[in-house]
Design a protein around this ligand. Structure first.
Ligand SMILES: NC(=O)c1ccc[n+]([C@@H]2O[C@H](COP(=O)([O-])OP(=O)(O)OC[C@H]3O[C@@H](n4cnc5c(N)ncnc54)[C@H](OP(=O)(O)O)[C@@H]3O)[C@@H](O)[C@H]2O)c1
Length: 299
């Protein structure tokens, strides 16, 4: 019989709350305090098998205005915490949420999508904090850390960080291809990582799973879509007024910090997780969103 791993989940926002619900068959301990207050003693007491860090400062403008705190929460605190984890729970695995926003696209100069091995090209402080944390964590311990890079997260749950909630409110939307990540594909990826790690530990060998579970994983619904297309889907569902198109250049002229467009690709992720096609997931999610309470509509 497989013994379920004990999880320590950090972060009470959109992703942390959704994961707590989705992974409810696991013994999940949720840390509600600051990352810097999670002591060695507390980690040793909880004795987690896997720590999932979904805590961080996520507002792009907020990070620019509060740079010191953004650097502390997104870079310093996770790196310091990882040092304490290694001492208090030396065998524990660490799954850290980064972001596909570390790249400024939508595509690379050669026209290809961003793959996990491509060096980040951060366009704002938030992205710099995420890219720097990834680099430092992997430098500290490439053997125990997986870095997840989702983009524009959405679900049928009402949450101010939900991409659908944001795209309900903007009158004009750009028509540039992007990757987006449903909570469903994020949860499926975390499950894959938990199970992949289990097979390695149970067998007592490190190379049983040839895909491995460590390193950087791009996490997205398969294919691409544009914010304008999503706005039209919401309009068709009666959830907002008809969007207008705005060019990227016009948006960049007033949107500070710059909004990045990013298209992700990850062969290992697609093979392991088999993500559903983005239009399929979005259609299902928007239908469920429409039925969920506290509907906000815009004429
Ligand atoms: N949502 C997306 O579209 C998206 C896309 C790509 C990557 N990500 C990454 O995924 C992770 C989770 O995102 P999310 O959407 O769940 O964000 P979220 O809804 O903003 O939640 C983040 C949570 O972390 C908390 N937090 C911030 N600093 C902390 C600290 N020093 N110690 C403890 N908690 C702290 C926040 O509390 P306060 O509200 O009090 O600050 C908030 O509850 C983040 O690392 C983010 O960069 C998100």
């Amino acid at each position: 019989m497989q013994v379920l791993k004990k999880l320590l989940l950090l972060g009470q926002g959109q992703i942390g709350s959704a994961l707590a619900e989705d992974l409810s068959e696991f013994p999940v301990h949720r840390w509600t305090g600051d990352l810097d207050d999670l002591s060695r003693t507390e980690i040793a007491r909880i004795a987690p098998d896997v720590i999932i860090n979904a805590a961080g400062k996520t507002g792009l403008e907020w990070c620019e205005r509060n740079a010191r705190e953004a650097v502390r929460s997104n870079l310093e605190a996770p790196v310091r915490l990882y040092g304490r984890i290694r001492e208090a729970a030396p065998e524990a695995r660490f799954i850290h949420f980064s972001s596909g926003c570390v790249w400024d696209g939508p595509y690379r100069e050669d026209g290809n999508a961003f793959t996990p091995d491509v060096p980040p090209t951060p366009a704002c402080l938030y992205s710099w904090t995420k890219a720097a944390a990834d680099a430092m964590l992997l430098d500290l311990d490439p053997a125990h850390i997986a870095i997840l890079r989702p983009r524009q997260v959405y679900s049928s749950h009402r949450h101010p960080r939900n991409m659908l909630a944001k795209l309900q409110t903007y009158a004009s939307l750009i028509d540039t291809p992007n990757s987006v990540s449903s909570i469903e594909v994020i949860a499926k990826t975390v499950r894959y990582l938990l199970n992949a790690e289990a097979s390695m530990v149970n067998s007592g060998a490190s190379m049983v799973n040839p895909e491995g579970w460590t390193g950087v994983w791009n996490v997205y619904d398969r294919g691409t879509i544009t914010p304008f297309e999503i706005g039209e889907l919401l309009w068709n569902a009666g959830l907002r007024g008809r969007p207008e198109r705005i060019s990227k250049a016009a948006l960049d002229a007033f949107h500070k910090p710059k909004r990045v467009d990013t298209v992700l690709f990850d062969r290992r992720f697609e093979r392991a997780v088999q993500p559903e096609e983005v239009h399929t997931v979005l259609a299902r999610t928007i239908a469920a969103w429409k039925e969920s309470p506290a509907l906000v509509t815009h004429d």
